[in-house]
Design a protein around this ligand. Structure first.
Ligand SMILES: [Cu+2]
Length: 130
């Protein structure tokens, strides 16, 4: 397991107990929020989510309103990324075969929980800031 690839904040919210169990590699789940972004945690205009081993990596990405998130599948299985169609700010990527990617634009600030329709256990979140 590659600790560097995990999104600690997502573990903290979704899998707190698991995070505790594997916490040896993570350390404080608050201390480095936004540390990878320039300007003190400002979201970027673009983010990328890799789909690998039936997971969205990282599980949470941050973009600015109007930004795009590119979902890129490197599994042999078919995946997508979508919300429920009646959800606020609903979106749906195209179906992604191995090597495919699709860019989704997020205009409205908010927190968008999504999943793969073929594997409902695959979940992720797009955080869109002003
Ligand atoms: Cu899938």
């Amino acid at each position: 397991m590659d600790c560097r690839m995990s999104t600690k904040r997502t573990f903290a919210t979704g899998l707190a107990l698991l995070a505790l169990a594997v916490g040896g590699c993570g350390g404080d789940d608050e201390a480095d929020t936004g540390s990878q972004a320039s300007g003190g945690g400002a979201a970027e205009a673009k983010a990328k989510v890799d789909i690998e081993d039936f997971k969205f990596i990282p599980q949470t990405v941050n973009v600015k309103a109007g930004g795009t998130v590119t979902f890129a599948n490197s599994d042999t299985a078919k995946h997508n990324a979508q919300t429920d169609s009646d959800a606020d700010g609903a979106f749906q990527s195209k179906d992604l075969l191995e090597g495919d990617s699709d860019a989704v634009t997020f205009d409205e600030p908010g927190s968008y929980d999504y999943y793969c329709v073929y594997h409902r256990f695959m979940t992720g979140t797009v955080e869109v800031s002003q």
